[in-house]
Design a binder for this molecule. Structure first.
Ligand SMILES: Cc1cc2nc3c(=O)[nH]c(=O)nc-3n(C[C@H](O)[C@H](O)[C@H](O)COP(=O)(O)O)c2cc1C
Length: 111
């Protein structure tokens, strides 16, 4: 199981709620720009996947290349958390790419 906490105002929030699926792409330490691309723009106003390479596997959620791994998940439960919803997913497919090192969140890298 894996949980994500998604703000209720996010475009992704209702996509996950309505589809019942999501994927977590574990960015590599060379993918800060990818994190900024997806983390600072909303899909409500722009197609963030335009020109971006990705594949879909079991759930149909987007899986990005060159990451440190991914988790493809089906929502099995949700938990209301004020301005966020915690989506609890059953991992139906996952991969770890050990040659790539995961990107750690450092505030100064993004803000
Ligand atoms: C490093 C980073 C981590 C973030 N983590 C979350 C998170 O855990 N949950 C969330 O709801 N938003 C998070 N955000 C903010 C969303 O990515 C941002 O609001 C984005 O524009 C939402 O896009 P959407 O409207 O297409 O869903 C994060 C942003 C950054 C840069």
């Amino acid at each position: 199981m894996l949980s994500v906490s998604i703000g209720k105002t996010r475009y992704s929030h209702d996509l996950i709620k309505d589809s019942g699926v999501f994927a977590v792409n574990v960015l590599s330490d060379k993918q800060i720009a990818v994190g900024k691309h997806f983390g600072f723009k909303s899909g409500r106003k722009t197609d963030k996947f335009e020109g971006i390479e990705y594949e879909t596997l079991k759930t149909g959620s987007p899986i990005l290349p060159d990451t440190a791994g991914y988790f493809d998940c089906r929502v099995v439960n949700t938990c209301d958390a004020g301005d966020h919803t915690i989506f609890i997913g059953e991992v139906v497919d996952a991969e770890v790419y050990e040659d790539n090192h995961p990107l750690l969140h450092r505030h100064e890298d993004f803000f």
